[in-house]
Design a protein around this ligand. Sequence first.
Ligand SMILES: Nc1ncnc2c1ncn2[C@@H]1O[C@H](COP(=O)(O)OP(=O)(O)O)[C@@H](O)[C@H]1O
Ligand SMILES: [Mg+2]
Length: 231
Amino acid sequence: MLEVSNLSTYYSNIKILKDISFTVQRGEVLCLLGRNGAGKTTTLKSIMGLVDKVEGNINFNNERISKISAHLVPKKGIGYVPQGRRLFSELTVEENLEIGLLTRKNGEQTINKVLEMFPRLNERLKQVSGTLSGGEQQMLALARALCIEPTLLLLDEPTEGLQPSMISLIRKSVLELKKQGVAILLVEQRVEAILSIADKIIVIENGAIVFSSTAQKIKNNPKKLYRFIGV
Ligand SMILES: Nc1ncnc2c1ncn2[C@@H]1O[C@H](COP(=O)(O)OP(=O)(O)O)[C@@H](O)[C@H]1O
Ligand SMILES: [Mg+2]
């Protein structure tokens, strides 16, 4: 489904990502770990076409997307929840969701399905989104991404700064989407948050992949991973 091969990414002329390769399949959760500044966000932005220059290849459903312009990427069915949520905070919950729907011209059926997943948002459709709690805003950012009916979803530290009840809600949503066959690329800082939902794990350091494994192998021998992320 998603194939990233030999990806190098530049901001201005500075090389940030160095020769990164990985794949994500339908219904699979790939977790991207790494310290601050390692290049996790840049990896997601590269897929979304939001960086200055990429080398290598990004294929989605066997189509090369590394050369298409950024506004076309979501139309292919790739949902993106940026780090820090980035809602239109002066707009209402409903308006934010409508923007999501517009991208692929989805309608009522889609929004009903999304709101079923997040009943809390359904109760707050007319609320200005900037006045939602942090957890609710994260929910809305996720819900908005789901309004494009993505087959691939990129989540950048979705549980950052959230309280435990919200974290577990987000995890539940991820598992539900996985069950529906959505491919998920999840950026996280904390290993314990993801081991139970990940299928594969990669660690980036300084723009390069330094470790990759199945989650199963890590569960059996977590020490191998801890070496890279300094637990
Ligand atoms: N817009 C930008 N222009 C120049 N450098 C950037 C930009 N965004 C990020 N960087 C640099 O790229 C590196 C990786 O950043 P990032 O992908 O945000 O890391 P992470 O998400 O893993 O914390 C950092 O050294 C950061 O300073
Ligand atoms: Mg980041």
